[in-house]
Design a protein around this ligand. Structure first.
Ligand code: SF4
Ligand code: SF4
Length: 168
């Protein structure tokens, strides 16, 4: 490349950098006059979008029966291998069972040390048994505490209504 070509390239690069810097700064400066959304968390609730993918919950139907039929589709869809299920059968009539179907999950665990909150499990579930709740307050001290069992996930279905959040 000729000397003149190199000079022109350098000038073009300087111009591009200046233009992108100006674009970035204009966005930054345009935010300064706008109203600030500072929340005194945890005293004040934070705003969470309805579709926020928080900690999962295992749902129940209108009769209070567990919706999970232990089909393993959520575990198969999980790219992080975070879901562990053991299925079982309860041949008793509907009224006597704790579950909507005679097939149910005896063990259902999610390892949040692996989960990437992608939502694939919820999309794969044919009975809407596994859903994302809105809880984001799940800091723990040990890796073992990151594994949440079925009872905990079922309780999340009740707890989700009482979270200290505002749904948008
Ligand atoms: S949200 Fe994604 S990573 Fe987490 S358990 Fe579901 S499928 Fe697996
Ligand atoms: S949560 Fe849904 S997809 Fe997973 S085992 Fe239960 S019914 Fe099947």
């Amino acid at each position: 490349m000729s000397f003149l070509g190199e000079v022109l390239n350098t000038v073009k690069e300087v111009f591009d950098v200046a233009r992108s810097t100006a674009t970035g700064m204009s966005i930054t400066l345009s935010q300064i006059p706008k109203a600030k959304k500072t929340v005194s968390y945890p005293e004040q609730p934070v705003e969470i979008f309805q579709r926020f993918r928080g900690e999962h919950m295992l749902t129940r139907n209108a009769d209070g029966k567990e919706n999970c039929v232990s089909c393993f589709l959520c575990a198969a869809a999980c790219p992080a291998d975070a879901i562990y299920i053991e299925g079982a059968e309860d041949p008793r009539p509907y009224a006597e069972r704790a579950t909507a179907d005679h097939r149910y999950a005896k063990i259902y665990r999610i390892d949040y040390g692996r989960c990437i909150l992608c939502g694939y499990c919820t999309e794969a579930c044919p009975t809407d048994a596994i859903k994302h709740g809105h809880n984001f307050e799940w800091a723990v001290y040990t890796p073992g505490e990151m594994v949440k069992d079925k009872e905990y996930l079922l309780k999340n279905f009740e707890r989700d209504k009482d979270l200290h959040i505002i749904l948008k």
